[in-house]
Design a protein around this ligand. Sequence first.
Ligand code: HEM
Length: 396
Amino acid sequence: MHPAHVFAAPTHTDPYPYYAALVAGPALVFAPELGVWIAARADVVAEVLGNPCCKVRPVAEPVPPAIVGTVAGTLFGQWLRMQDGSAHTGPKRALQRALAAVPVPQVQETTRACAMDVVHAAPHGLLVDMLQHWTHVLPCTVVARLLGFDKEVAAQLVGWMADFVACVSPLSTPAQLAQASCAGQALRDTVRAAVLAASPSADNLLYGVLREAAAVGWDDIEAICANLVGLLSQTFDATAGLVGNSIVALRRQPGRVEMLHASPAQWAAWVQELSRHDPPVQNTRRYVAEPTTVAGIALQPGDTIVVVLAAASRDPAVHARPHAFDIGRTPDPIYGFGTGAHACPGQAWAYAIVATALQELLQRQPHLATAPLAWRYRPSLNGRIPQFFTPTEEAA
Ligand code: HEM
């Protein structure tokens, strides 16, 4: 059965037949029960994400009302992800250059080193506890370490980030929002202290961002700190979802672990195809700021468009046999990292972290593909992030 609507799809067992129906339907469809337009076809998704009248936030609401006036709200309001126009262009270039300057082998090496620490820190015994660490703690720890934080501070940052990400969800409770703001303050203060103490001789991402920020004339230290926190936050959920969805896929592809074990060079292509086939970020939104047209349909200021990235990556107009998992296909286009001005600058990092993390995990858990394991998707309107549990817990 199809999910009830587009926001129920990310956590549905199999949203892909529903997405295929959206792709086969009208170019842009209005969902009256949600009050939003839905774009799912690859060409329309690219058109919306490339349309300068379609903004990342509603004009009258730069910060979600639930977090206005809190530290979390201040951070959110400074993130590039939430800016358009000139406030976005230069700083985005700085982040892109700083991330691209870190060689992929360094990201892989750091992931291997962090995997050793994370496995020691994970509670003993239970596979599901280990997977929780592997999906949620490891990727964010890698980014914290590459920013230049030592092990202890990196562990603190990741703990605070776990609390913080709850705040940006429209599903958060007031108690979660309060906890998130405390975490946001700790994150901001720790990052700000590191920025103020940064030395030009440091060879790390934090200093790389400061150097590239200076090169583009981005001198707002508070905004830079917010965006350094933003790098951790962008990593946390999305990369957890990519690791988690990979584990689910490995269990559904008999013999795949053995094949990848025999040809480790294929991990990169496998993770890329997974990010097309079952991506962790399933949709994003755009808010119409000025009268415009999309797919020939007139839209007005105040209109909201749900851009279904996961459907576009399976549009038969861009990928033959789109529902097949095929590591031999030409990977692009993959819409799960966005396109246009706000395209994810962390895509190469995400692939390097996830492919390395999975190899390390399988060395420690060679029977992962067959071990007793169940999962459900964490409540979310746009993320597809499995939470694993031992099958007997279902009954509890
Ligand atoms: C599997 C992992 C990841 C996925 C699926 C993902 C996905 C995305 C998507 C879909 C967007 C664009 C959203 C939109 O246009 O509305 C985005 C933006 C962004 N991502 Fe990622 N991301 C991932 C990992 C990362 C990592 C590891 C980093 C950095 C270390 C990162 C940094 C960013 C930043 C800074 C933006 C904002 C860019 C802008 O607004 O110009 N992401 N990501």
